[in-house]
Design a protein around this ligand. Sequence first.
Ligand code: ADP
Ligand code: MG
Length: 365
Amino acid sequence: MSDQAQSAAATARGLVLDGIFKGFGSVDVLKDINLTVEEGEFIVFVGPSGCGKSTLLRLIAGLEEVSEGAIFIGGRDVTDVDPAERGIAMVFQSYALYPHLSVADNMGFSLRMAGRPKTEIVAKVEAAAAKLHLTPLLDRRPAQLSGGQRQRVAIGRAIVRDPRIFLFDEPLSNLDAELRIEMRIEIAKLHRQLGNTMIYVTHDQTEAMTLADRIVVLRAGSIEQVGSPAAIYGDPDNLFVAGFIGTPKINLIPAVIDGGSLLCEGHRFALPGDLAVRHGNQPVKIGVRPDLLRTAIDGEPALEAEVDVVEYLGDAAFVHAQTAGGARVVRKAERSRLPQTGEKVRLAFDAAGVFLFDEAGRRLR
Ligand SMILES: Nc1ncnc2c1ncn2[C@@H]1O[C@H](COP(=O)(O)OP(=O)(O)O)[C@@H](O)[C@H]1O
Ligand SMILES: [Mg+2]
């Protein structure tokens, strides 16, 4: 770390991850992670299973040791500091409550261990319970609670510690779909109320998009992109990020840049601006979001396709089709005009609305 970077990390009030590597045996699970989280930010780590999200969170918590690099919290180098001294509190997917303790005692446990006065513990537990709508449940045992209530207790246990940073590891994964949405909104409100820094791990892109101030997209132990939900969705750096965020997934259609236009399944499409000049002829993938793939107007260059599945959702429908060239595509259709299975359709897109990726998955535009 340069002297300049060192002093920047020492004055940052949030969290700084500086050149973090983590290996288990000979396997590098995290590779050169650099990230600055501002105080009060809601950061979401998202990425496929096994990409290193939990490991990164556990390194921040101090539950694992870094192989290389340094971690700063509130300007202090905590790389070798005990988890209890880092000013963090972690909420796990599994809740990890003590089954023989009441809700109140579960929530106050860490304060009791720290030898805090009883009146302080009671006050803090009651305040957290009120925020989480747990007041009527304080005398119950975990077994007498629903999954959502248990997860609230786990969050309450974190709140009473008044941590600098909350760490959440897939806290909603064990809940059913409806409850997940409810708790997601509660967590967003809680962040607004408390204002603490929160770092939230999920593989669920909807949680990432709806909760985050900034999303960190991880893949195989490296950061692929850091940005606001709008930037990650609307301005992805590469094919992986474009493919990971967005439901249904972005369409990726093979094509070539050829003599100033885009040649795709035998049709020529306009290329925006100076793209051909800048990049020359080469194979590419056209990335077009399902809501930007549309029915072609007569005479316009279009992809011929055959509809094979129509997913009707009420307010909209997703129309899945196979192009003549063999690409699978999906398009969002208005409910007023639903195509039939087996119907032939002509699909077009506007040059300005598509991404182009080179063979290595880098974004050309
Ligand atoms: N204690 C460990 N020993 C060895 N390998 C581990 C250990 N913990 C995690 N890993 C490996 O590190 C990789 C990342 O795991 P993890 O951080 O749990 O991923 P994620 O949370 O993104 O699903 C996985 O390949 C996992 O098998
Ligand atoms: Mg995990």
